[in-house]
Design a protein around this ligand. Structure first.
Ligand code: THU
Length: 131
């Protein structure tokens, strides 16, 4: 990847600082890399009507798609926890719409990561764009 993964992880960590999470106090940041090397970030945005909250990954993806992007290379996700931050099932499904080969960098509080593709994280998904 031309865009270094460390830079993507830093972008996710910076986005996490913007998280609006007064109900769960669980702050998440994501940074999505396009095929052309552009980076779109997102944080979780919660609502007093809890079910209306949106995850960081989907905020990043929806920002990017609304700017005309469709081609994605990788996403980094960080929650600032000891454990690697793994995307929820809903975000996996939404990412899969744009490609099961998208790499997901799941980051812990030390900036270490584990990487898997969306297809690996979401086997036997409903629909989705297959390479
Ligand atoms: N959250 C994310 O932003 N991404 C995920 O993949 C899982 C969960 C958010 C949603 C909610 O604001 C908070 O984390 C606690 O679930």
């Amino acid at each position: 990847m031309e865009f270094p993964v460390e830079k993507l992880i830093r972008a996710a960590a910076t986005a996490r600082e913007k998280a609006y999470a007064p109900y769960s106090n669980f702050r998440v940041g994501a940074a999505l890399l396009t095929g052309k090397g552009h980076c779109y970030t997102g944080c979780n945005v919660e609502n007093v009507s809890y079910g209306l909250s949106c995850c960081a990954e989907r905020v990043a993806l929806f920002k990017a798609v609304s700017e005309g992007e469709r081609d994605f290379e990788a996403i980094a996700v960080t929650c600032g926890t000891e454990d690697y931050c793994t995307p929820c099932g809903a975000c996996r499904q939404v990412l899969a719409e744009f490609g099961t080969e998208i790499k997901v960098y799941m980051v812990n509080c030390r900036g270490e990561y584990r990487v898997q593709t969306v297809g690996q994280l979401m086997p036997a998904l409903f629909g989705g764009k297959r390479e």
